[in-house]
Design a protein around this ligand. Structure first.
Ligand code: MG
Length: 384
C-alpha cells in the first residue's frame, strides 16, 4: 500500500482522535497533511506537534494561541470557517476524513468531491442535507466516497464484489438506543446525563442524543438512500440490541450478507483509510461462544416518533431532509442546554417540518436557505 496523505476535519472529536490513533499505529502508511478543529486548540496543538501537518484550521478562539506557538514555516494556521475547503482541495491530499459534526461539514465535503478526493465521511448531516448533489458531483469528478458511519461501512463492505443491480434492499441495524427499556412515561423527565450514558458506542453528545431518539437511525436511512441509490422502501430498520451485525444487504435471489464485528469505530475508519486493503487493528475478535445469540426486533414508533418522522421526510425528499437536520440540531442543542425536555426535541422538530414548504430538486442555495429557515423556525418555537 502506498503512503496516503490525509486531511482530518474535526481532528479533536471522537472520529478524529480515532483516525489519528490509526495513523500513529501505521506511520508508514499515512501522512497527515491537514487537521481542522473548531474549539479544542489545546488538543490541536498536541496533534500538530505529533503529526506535523502542513496546514491546520481552527476557530477564532484558538487562532492567536496557535499562531503564537508555531512559526509559519513549520505549519500554516488558517480559519476553520473560511479555509477548510482550501485544505481539502490541496493537490497532495488523497483522503479527507470528515469527523466534524453538523451542517458545517457540507462546504468542505463539496470542495473535496469537486477535487476528486476520496472522502471518508463519518458526518451524516452533509449527506442528509445535500445527498443527491454530493453524489452527482462525486460521479462527475470521480471522487470516491467510503463511508465511516458503521452501518454505511457495513453496507459498503457487503456490496464489495457484487453487482449493484443485484441488490434488492438493505437491512439497517439499530442497537435501539439508550431508552429501549425505559418506560415511556418517564421520557419527558429524562435528564441530559441519563441520555449521554449510551450503552454501545462512544460518541459525541449530539449523536448520542440522536441515538436515544432514534433520529440518528432516521438520518442513516436517508444517508443509505443517497450513498447506495435506494428508495426509502428498500431500507428496513431492524432493532438489534447486541450491535454485532452492523448492517446487511439482501440480493434479489434472497441471499443476505451481513457485516459483523465488535463495536469499535476504529474498524470502519480504518477500512475507509486502507480500502481496498485491510490491516490488523489489534482489537479483540468477536467471541461467539460468549455471545450465544443475536436478537432482532421491530422499531417501536410510539416510543421513537422521530424515526417515523425521518422516514416521512425521507419519502418526501427535496428540501425536507435539510429542514429535518437543521431543526434537530437546534432542538438537541436546546435539550443539552436544558432549555427543553427530552420529548421536546421531537415536538420542536415535528412542528418545524410541518411548517416547511418543499422545494423539489433543490440546488445548493435552496438547500442552505431551507437550513437557515428551519434554524430560525425551531429557535422561535423553543423560545415560545
Ligand atoms: Mg451509525
Amino acid at each position: 500500500m502506498k503512503t496516503k496523505n490525509l486531511v482530518v476535519l474535526g481532528s479533536t472529536g471522537t472520529i478524529g482522535i480515532n483516525t489519528l490513533k490509526i495513523v500513529r499505529q501505521y506511520p508508514q502508511q499515512f501522512r497527515v497533511v491537514g487537521l481542522t478543529a473548531c474549539n479544542n486548540f489545546k488538543l490541536l496543538e498536541k496533534q500538530i506537534r505529533e503529526f506535523k501537518p502542513q496546514y491546520v484550521a481552527i476557530g477564532k478562539q484558538g487562532f492567536d494561541y496557535l499562531r503564537r506557538r508555531f512559526d509559519r514555516a513549520s505549519v500554516k494556521i488558517l480559519d476553520v470557517d473560511k479555509e477548510s475547503g482550501f485544505i481539502v482541495s490541496l493537490k497532495s491530499v488523497d483522503i479527507v476524513v470528515i469527523g466534524m459534526r453538523g451542517g458545517a461539514a457540507l462546504a468542505p465535503f463539496l470542495e473535496a468531491v469537486r477535487h476528486g478526493k476520496t472522502v471518508a465521511p463519518a458526518n451524516k448531516e452533509a449527506l442528509v442535507m445535500a445527498g443527491p448533489l454530493l453524489m452527482r458531483l462525486a460521479r462527475k469528478h470521480n471522487a470516491k466516497i467510503i463511508p465511516v458511519d458503521s452501518e454505511q461501512s457495513a453496507i459498503f463492505q457487503c456490496l464489495e464484489g457484487h453487482r449493484r443491480e443485484d441488490l434488492k434492499r438493505v437491512i439497517l441495524t439499530a442497537s435501539g438506543g439508550a431508552l429501549r427499556k425505559v418506560p415511556l412515561t418517564r421520557f419527558d423527565r429524562l435528564s441530559v446525563n441519563e441520555i449521554l450514558r449510551h450503552p454501545r458506542w462512544k460518541m459525541g453528545e449530539k449523536i448520542t442524543v440522536d441515538s436515544a431518539t432514534l433520529m440518528n437511525k432516521g438520518f442513516e436511512v436517508i444517508e443509505a438512500m443517497r450513498l447506495f441509490d435506494l428508495t426509502v422502501d428498500q431500507v428496513q430498520v431492524v432493532i438489534h440490541p447486541e450491535a454485532i451485525i452492523h448492517s446487511m444487504v439482501e440480493f434479489k435471489d434472497g441471499s443476505i450478507i451481513a457485516q459483523m464485528g465488535i463495536t469499535d469505530m476504529r474498524l470502519p475508519i480504518q477500512y475507509a483509510l486502507t480500502y481496498p486493503h485491510r490491516l490488523g487493528t489489534g482489537l479483540a475478535s468477536t467471541d461467539f461462544y460468549h455471545l450465544k445469540q443475536l436478537t432482532f426486533g421491530k422499531p417501536d414508533f410510539k416510543r421513537f416518533p422521530s424515526l417515523a418522522l425521518a422516514l416521512r421526510v425521507a419519502r418526501e425528499g427535496g428540501t425536507f431532509p435539510s429542514v429535518l437536520n437543521a431543526a434537530d440540531e437546534v432542538a438537541v442543542d436546546a435539550f443539552l442546554n436544558q432549555k427543553i425536555n427530552f420529548t421536546g426535541i421531537y415536538r420542536i422538530v415535528e412542528r418545524t417540518v410541518r411548517r416547511h414548504r418543499i422545494v423539489r430538486d433543490p440546488d445548493l442555495k435552496q438547500i442552505l436557505e431551507a437550513d437557515i429557515w428551519a434554524r430560525a423556525q425551531a429557535t422561535r418555537l423553543i423560545e415560545e
